[in-house]
Design a protein around this ligand. Structure first.
Ligand SMILES: Nc1nc2c(c(=O)[nH]1)N[C@H]1C(S)=C(S)[C@@H](COP(=O)(O)OP(=O)(O)OC[C@H]3O[C@@H](n4cnc5c(=O)[nH]c(N)nc54)[C@H](O)[C@@H]3O)O[C@H]1N2
Ligand SMILES: Nc1nc2c(c(=O)[nH]1)N[C@H]1C(S)=C(S)[C@@H](COP(=O)(O)OP(=O)(O)OC[C@H]3O[C@@H](n4cnc5c(=O)[nH]c(N)nc54)[C@H](O)[C@@H]3O)O[C@H]1N2
Ligand SMILES: [Mo]
Length: 691
C-alpha cells in the first residue's frame, strides 16, 4: 500500500520538542512515527511514547460532543451535535457572566500541546470578555524564579556543546526518560572521554548509566552546592578575576561560605562530608564542566533557593566562560515569540486588570466558599487537572460542586473529562497545524496537519472562535484561520513566513556562544551574576543557603509521617498523557511504591504486596517494590496514573500538597511526607501477632 511521509513536530510538553517523520497510509491512517535524522537536536531519535503514538491516534478517542446524563464524575454521557453542545456551553457561560460577572469564568489550560497557536487560544476570549486569568506556574514557576535570581535570562550553552565538556552533571533531571535527545550528546561526549555525574535522590534510569551518582535527600541541593563552594574556595579553585569582573561576590559572601562546611551539609543532605569534598574537587578540577539542571529539584518548597544555589557553581570557578562549560536550565528565552495575534493581551483593561487564579491551587480555589466571585464556569482544554494538579482530593471536591459548569475539550476520556458537564472532541497534533518552540533546544518548528480530524474533532483554535462567535465576538481575530494566525505570529515576531523557510520545517535560533555563556555580562541590570538573589520575599535567605521549609522540616509532618515521598515522571507516560491508553496501562502495571529494604522490613512489608501510603491529604493503595534504588527514609511512586488505577479512584496527586510555594507559586510535587502500612491481599491493614 502506498505510504506518504510528512514532516511533523512532537507537541508534547518536553524539552526535546522532536522533529518527526510521520508515515500515513493510503487509507489516511497513521502508520509510523520516527525522529527526523536531519534535525540538529532530534538526530533521528524519539522516545518510545511517541513512537507508539498510534495508541492515542487510532485508540479510543472522544469522537463526538458529549453531554452529561449521570451525576457529576460518573462519566455517563449522551452524544450531542456540535450545534447543541456549543449552545449549551455558550448559554452557561452567558449565565455565569450575568449572575456572577465575567471573572466567574476560569479557562484552565496547560501542556497537552505546546503549540504556540493552539495552546493559549483561550486567552484571546479571556482577555476580550474579562474572564479570570490563570497563573501558569505548575511546571516552571519555581525553577524560573531560582534561575532569574542569579543569571537573569532563560538561555545557556547549547546542549551540543556537551561534546566539548569533560564533566557532565545532570542535576535533578532524569534525561533518559524526560529528555532522551540530551543523552545523544551525553553519550557522544562520554565516547570522547567525558565523565557523567548524576545528582538525584534515587537511582533512576539516568543515574544507572552514570559514572558517579550523588544521592542527596530531596530538597537539600542548596546545602550541597553551598558546601561545594566552601571547598572550591578553600582549595583554591576560585577564579578571582572572573568573580571580580562578572559577579557580585564580596567579603561577606566569602565569610558566609566559609561557615558552610561539608560536615554541616552532610547532616542536611545525608551524604558524607567525604562525598561532598570529592564532588567539589571533581568539579573544580574539570576543564569545562557542563551542568544541566532539570525540573525535579525545583519541585520543593525551597526549590527556587536550591536552583539559585546550584547556578552559583560555575560563577565561582569561571567555568561559565569556557566552551563546553557553564550551566543550562532552559533555552526558552533564546527566541522571543510575539504571540499577540493569538492571545490579544492588549484587550486587557489596564485600569481593571482581571484576577489571576493560581493553577497549582485549583482545589483550594474551587472549594473556597469565600471567593468572590466564585468560579462558576470552568473551561478545561489541553490539560488534565483532575490527575496532574496537586492536592487532588480537593480538586475533585471542587469539580463535584453541583452549581459549577465544567466544559472539557479533550482527545481521550481523561480523569477531568469524567467530571465534565459537556465534553468536546479535540484534534491531535497530526490533525492540526501549529508552530513549536522548545525549552531544551533552540529551533522553531512548523507542522501542518497530515491526517483528517478523527470523526468530529476540532482544534483549540477553531473551538475558541466558534464559542466566541456564539458570545457575540465575530470580528477579527476570531475570524482568522489557523494558518493566518500562524503567519501573523511569525510576522509579529520578525521571523520569516513559513514559505520562506527553504522547504525546511525548522529554523535554528541557537544563541551565539558569547551570549549563551554571558561572556559580555549577565542579564541583570548591573550585568553581573547575582550571588545575592535579592528575593522580594524576606523570609527567603539573602545569600545562597539551605532553607528548611520543606514538609520534612515541619514538625507535625516529620513525626507522624516519617518518610520522604516523591512523584517523579515515569518513563512510559508524559504527565497524565498516555495514561488513558489501555496498552500503556498494561505495560506499566499497577502503581508501585519504591521503598528501601530497611523501611520495608520495619513495617512488615513484602515485595509485591499491597501497601497503604498516606498522609493528612489522603491515602492510596499501591504495590510495594522493595529496592535499594531509593535511600532509607525515601519512598516514591513514578507519576502519573489514571485515577482508575487506584482502588481509591483518585490519582497519585492525592498525596501531594497544594501549598503556595515561594517566591511566585508553583507545585512542590516531590516534597511530601507519608507513612506506609502493609495491607493483606484483600487490601485490609495487616496485623502482626505480638511475640
Ligand atoms: N517520560 C516522561 N518525560 C517527560 C515527562 C513525563 O511525565 N514523562 N514530563 C515532561 C515535563 S512536563 C517536564 S517539566 C519534564 C520534567 O523532567 P525533569 O526535568 O527530568 O524533572 P523531573 O522528572 O520532575 O525530575 C527529575 C529528577 O529529579 C529528581 N529530584 C526530585 N527532587 C530532587 C531534589 O531535591 N534534588 C535533586 N537533585 N533531584 C531531585 C527526581 O528524582 C527525578 O529523577 O519532563 C518532560 N518529559
Ligand atoms: N505527581 C506529579 N504530578 C505532576 C508532575 C509530577 O512531576 N508529578 N509534573 C507536572 C508537570 S511538570 C506538568 S507540566 C503538569 C502538566 O499537566 P497537564 O497540562 O494537565 O498535562 P497532562 O496531564 O499531560 O494532560 C494534558 C491533556 O491535554 C490533552 N490534549 C493534548 N493535546 C490537546 C489539544 O491539542 N487540545 C486539547 N483540547 N487537549 C489536548 C491530553 O489528551 C491530556 O489529557 O503535570 C504536573 N503533574
Ligand atoms: Mo512540566
Amino acid at each position: 500500500m502506498p505510504v506518504t511521509e510528512y514532516r511533523g513536530t512532537c507537541p508534547l510538553d518536553c524539552p526535546s520538542a522532536c522533529a518527526l517523520l510521520v508515515r500515513v497510509d493510503a487509507k489516511e491512517r497513521l502508520e509510523s512515527i520516527r525522529g527526523n535524522p536531519d534535525h540538529p537536536f532530534t538526530r533521528g531519535v524519539i522516545c518510545g511514547k511517541v513512537n507508539r503514538y498510534r495508541e492515542i491516534q487510532e485508540g479510543p478517542r472522544i469522537e463526538h460532543p458529549l453531554v452529561r446524563t449521570g451525576s457529576k464524575g460518573q462519566g455517563q454521557f449522551r452524544k450531542a451535535s456540535w450545534d447543541e453542545a456549543l449552545d449549551i456551553v455558550a448559554q452557561n457561560l452567558r449565565q455565569a457572566m450575568e449572575q456572577h460577572g465575567p471573572e466567574s469564568i476560569l479557562p484552565y489550560y496547560y501542556g497537552g500541546t505546546m503549540g504556540i497557536v493552539q495552546r493559549p487560544a483561550w486567552d484571546r476570549l479571556t482577555h476580550r470578555l474579562g474572564w479570570s486569568r490563570l497563573e501558569k506556574n505548575i511546571c516552571s514557576g519555581i525553577g524560573q524564579a531560582g534561575w532569574q535570581a542569579g543569571v537573569g535570562k532563560g538561555i545557556g550553552p547549547d546542549p551540543k556543546e556537551m561534546l566539548e565538556s569533560d564533566l557532565i552533571i545532570l542535576w535533578g533531571i532524569n534525561a533518559v526518560s524526560t529528555n532522551i535527545n540530551l543523552m545523544t550528546f551525553v553519550k557522544e561526549a562520554r565516547r570522547r572521554g567525558a565523565t557523567l555525574l548524576v545528582v538525584d535522590p534515587y537511582r533512576n534510569r539516568t543515574a544507572r548509566l552514570a559514572d558517579h551518582h550523588v544521592a542527596p535527600r530531596p530538597g537539600t541541593d542548596a546545602a550541597l552546592a553551598v558546601a561545594m563552594m566552601h571547598v572550591l574556595l578553600e582549595e583554591g579553585f576560585e577564579d578571582k578575576s572572573y568573580l571580580a569582573a562578572f559577579t557580585d561576590f564580596d567579603a561577606e559572601l566569602r565569610a558566609h561560605l566559609g561557615e558552610r562546611t561539608p560536615e554541616w551539609a552532610a547532616a542536611i543532605t545525608g551524604l558524607t562530608a567525604a562525598e561532598i569534598r570529592a564532588f567539589a574537587r571533581r568539579y573544580g578540577q574539570a576543564r569545562a564542566p557542563f551542568i544541566r539542571i532539570g525540573y525535579g529539584m525545583t519541585r520543593h518548597n525551597n526549590g527556587a533557593v536550591n536552583v539559585h544555589a546550584v547556578s552559583c557553581l560555575p560563577a565561582i570557578t569561571g567555568a561559565w566562560a569556557r566552551p563546553g562549560g557553564g550551566i543550562l536550565f532552559s533555552t526558552g528565552d533564546a527566541l522571543r515569540i510575539n504571540d499577540e495575534p493569538v492571545r490579544q493581551t492588549a484587550w486587557m483593561d489596564p485600569s481593571a486588570v482581571t484576577r489571576l487564579l493560581d493553577m497549582s491551587r485549583l482545589g483550594a480555589i474551587l472549594t473556597d466558599t469565600s471567593l468572590a466571585p466564585p468560579v462558576s464556569a470552568l473551561i478545561v482544554a489541553n490539560a488534565n487537572p483532575a490527575a496532574s494538579c496537586p492536592d487532588l482530593r480537593r480538586v475533585h471536591a471542587g469539580l463535584a460542586r453541583e452549581e459549577l459548569f465544567t466544559v472539557v475539550h479533550e482527545q481521550v476520556m481523561s480523569d477531568t473529562a469524567l467530571w465534565a458537564d459537556v465534553v468536546l472532541p479535540a484534534t491531535t497534533f497530526l490533525e492540526h497545524a501549529d508552530l513549536y518552540k522548545s525549552y531544551g533546544q533552540n529551533t522553531l518548528q512548523y507542522a501542518r496537519p497530515v491526517l483528517p480530524p478523527r470523526a468530529q474533532a476540532r482544534c483549540n483554535h477553531d473551538l475558541v472562535n466558534a464559542i466566541a462567535k456564539r458570545l457575540g465576538c465575530d470580528d477579527e481575530p476570531f475570524t482568522w484561520s489557523v494558518s493566518e494566525t500562524i503567519e501573523r505570529t511569525l510576522a509579529a515576531s520578525g521571523v520569516p513566513a513559513t514559505d520562506a523557510w527553504n522547504g525546511k520545517s525548522w529554523l535554528d535560533f541557537t544563541p551565539d556562544p558569547d551570549a549563551a555563556h554571558f561572556r559580555k555580562g549577565f542579564a541583570q541590570p548591573d550585568g553581573r551574576f547575582h550571588f545575592r538573589p535579592g528575593w522580594q520575599n524576606t523570609r527567603m535567605p539573602p545569600l545562597p543557603d539551605h532553607w528548611p521549609v520543606n514538609q520534612r522540616d515541619q514538625l507535625h509532618h516529620a513525626e507522624r509521617y516519617p518518610l520522604d515521598f516523591m512523584t517523579p515522571p515515569a518513563h512510559d507516560v508524559l504527565n497524565s498523557t498516555f495514561t488513558a491508553a489501555e496498552e500503556a496501562r498494561r505495560r506499566r502495571g499497577p502503581p508501585r511504591l519504591w521503598i528501601h529494604p530497611d523501611d520495608a522490613q520495619a513495617r512488615g512489608i513484602e515485595d509485591g504486596a499491597p501497601v497503604s501510603v498516606f498522609n493528612d491529604l489522603g491515602g492510596l493503595t499501591m504495590t510495594a517494590k522493595i529496592t535499594s534504588d531509593v535511600r532509607p527514609g525515601l519512598c516514591l511512586c513514578e507519576s502519573n496514573y489514571h485515577g482508575a488505577e487506584f482502588p481509591e479512584g483518585v490519582s497519585l496527586n492525592a498525596l501531594t500538597h497544594g501549598d503556595r510555594v515561594a517566591p511566585a507559586g508553583g507545585a512542590a510535587f516531590h516534597d511530601n511526607r507519608v507513612e506506609v502500612k502493609a495491607l493483606d491481599r484483600r487490601g485490609r491493614e495487616r496485623t502482626f501477632p505480638v511475640l
